[in-house]
Ligand binder design. Structure first.
Ligand code: UDX
Length: 457
């Protein structure tokens, strides 16, 4: 099929490249002429595992092309897919300005019976609004507007696209839905489940999915806090609850609060939709506040660890919001590092990929060559991102580099007992930071036990 993608950003490019890999003829369009020129020259704007390979292969056989000429890219296509940004608006809503602008600008060139589909994450009702925008421009033209949300994770977007859990197609018209089914036929034939629904449901599915996943993380973080004060272990608790298939084991890892380009923005937009439509979402409202608190609270805990040290230095490992990406949007580092610096703590950082993106946003931090360089002379080592290379750091070398052997690990990369053997004060999340044998002997709930025992005595 002939597909044009409007917006050559993260979602647009990944989707375009993967659709070309499925055999479709794809043109990615962007108003940023420079970006298009670079893409044509094979210079890709971000890192994503496996994407370069697919792009190069499909560009070579011209199944994947780039253009800044909207008219020729939109005329005579089967599908025009909108993948422009929907940043956070002033009240937390998804700002639809780019979606509306895109619709207005390509409407004059739409051919009859083209299916427009919204890939961008948009408020419920946007497909219908875009229909009106195009209808205003084109009057009697026969066209459709559909919704086809993406569920791509950064770092595994290519495999998420090519082996998805499900494909959601929102169409208010059967013919339009059929066109999208044809687009995804190669995946559907491999047995990928299809959810066919109306446009409003498809729009809601995207938000509800992200809000629910974020809730799992927020809940896990709260349970982790409880584990810490009961000398428990969040890993055991997560396993114990997650093996119930109704709960599931994924997304039960504690951390410094969720970040990235989706969860923070989408939870806020979901809460806004609830407020705007008078169907409040108090769970999500609480989650948003709780996630923000989580990041502030980690900073407070770190400051407590180094209280009283004048000219304290902290080594921060990890600026990306998660491993395997150079994306720092809403990352824990962007909130925690400034909070430390505000308390006059010097910060030296290291991230294997994200330092280039983080450095301009954290101008007072200094940047290290490697993790040991970051640790050199620091009073505490703070781990914020779960990079595999951090997991394999040599504790002996770290202990040697640090001025004080304190590690505050927000990703639980090390074994607390091992770290104790190396002489570290090791703080991780949701785990008793004492050796196991002492854990068995300790009585985490003395008062409750006494109360429970009293009636029979
Ligand atoms: C997410 C969704 O997974 C994806 O379906 C959607 O399309 C876009 O948003 P992404 O933002 O790439 O993808 O990252 P994800 O891997 O989901 O992690 C999001 C955040 O949650 C990260 O900050 C991560 O560190 C945190 N997280 C994730 C946890 O703290 N604990 C977990 O168990 C899982």
């Amino acid at each position: 099929m002939r597909v044009t993608i409007i917006g050559a950003g993260y979602v647009g490019l990944t989707t375009g490249a993967c659709l070309s890999e499925l055999g479709h003829d794809v043109i990615c369009v962007d108003i940023d002429k420079e970006r298009i020129a670079r893409l044509k020259a094979g210079v890709f704007p971000f890192r994503e595992a496996g994407l370069d390979e697919i792009m190069i292969r499909n560009m070579a056989c011209r199944r994947l092309r780039f253009s800044d000429h909207l008219a020729s890219a939109v005329r005579g296509r089967d599908i025009v897919m909108v993948a422009v940004g929907t940043p956070k608006g002033v009240r937390g809503e998804a700002d639809l300005a780019f979606v509306r602008q895109a619709a207005q600008s390509f409407a004059p060139f739409l051919s009859p019976r083209t299916v427009v589909t919204l890939k961008s994450t948009v408020a419920v009702g946007t497909a219908r609004e875009v229909r009106e925008i195009i209808a205003e421009e084109r009057g009697a033209l026969d066209f459709w507007v559909t919704s086809n949300p993406e569920f791509l994770r950064e770092g595994s977007a290519v495999s998420d696209f090519l082996t998805p859990d499900r494909i959601v197609i929102g169409a208010d018209d059967r013919d339009a839905g059929e066109r999208l089914i044809k687009l995804y036929r190669p995946l559907l034939d491999r047995g990928v489940p299809l959810v066919e629904t109306g446009t409003a449901d498809a729009e809601l599915i995207k938000y509800a999915a992200n809000a629910f996943l974020a809730l799992k993380i927020g809940f896990t973080n709260d349970v982790a806090d409880l584990c810490e004060v009961t000398e428990g272990d969040i890993n055991s608790v997560a396993k114990g609850i997650g093996l119930d298939p109704r709960i599931g084991t994924a997304f039960l890892k504690p951390g410094p609060g969720y970040g990235g380009s989706c969860f923070p923005k989408d939870t806020e937009a979901f809460a806004w939709i609830g407020r705007a439509l008078n169907a409040p979402q108090p769970l999500i409202e609480a989650l948003i506040a709780r996630n923000d608190y989580r990041k502030r609270h980690i900073a407070e805990r770190v400051l407590k660890e180094i209280a009283g040290i004048s000219g304290a230095q902290v080594a921060v490992l990890g600026a990306a919001f998660k491993a395997n990406t150079d994306d720092v949007r809403e990352s824990a580092a962007l909130q925690i590092v400034p909070a430390l610096q505000k308390a006059n703590v010097g910060v030296k950082m290291f991230d294997p990929w994200a330092s280039g993106n983080a450095a301009p946003l954290l101008p007072s931090a200094t940047w290290a060559e490697d993790p040991y360089d970051a640790a050199q002379g620091a009073d505490l080592l703070l781990i914020l991102t779960e990079w595999e290379m951090f997991r394999s750091l040599d504790p002996a070398r770290l202990a040697e580099a640090l001025r004080r052997p304190v590690v505050f690990d927000c990703r639980n990369l090390f074994d607390p007992e091992q770290m104790a053997l190396y002489g570290f004060r090791y703080v991780s999340l949701g785990r008793a930071n004492v050796p196991r044998e002492r854990r068995w002997r300790s009585n985490p709930l003395p008062n409750n036990r006494q109360k429970a025992a009293s009636p029979s005595t």
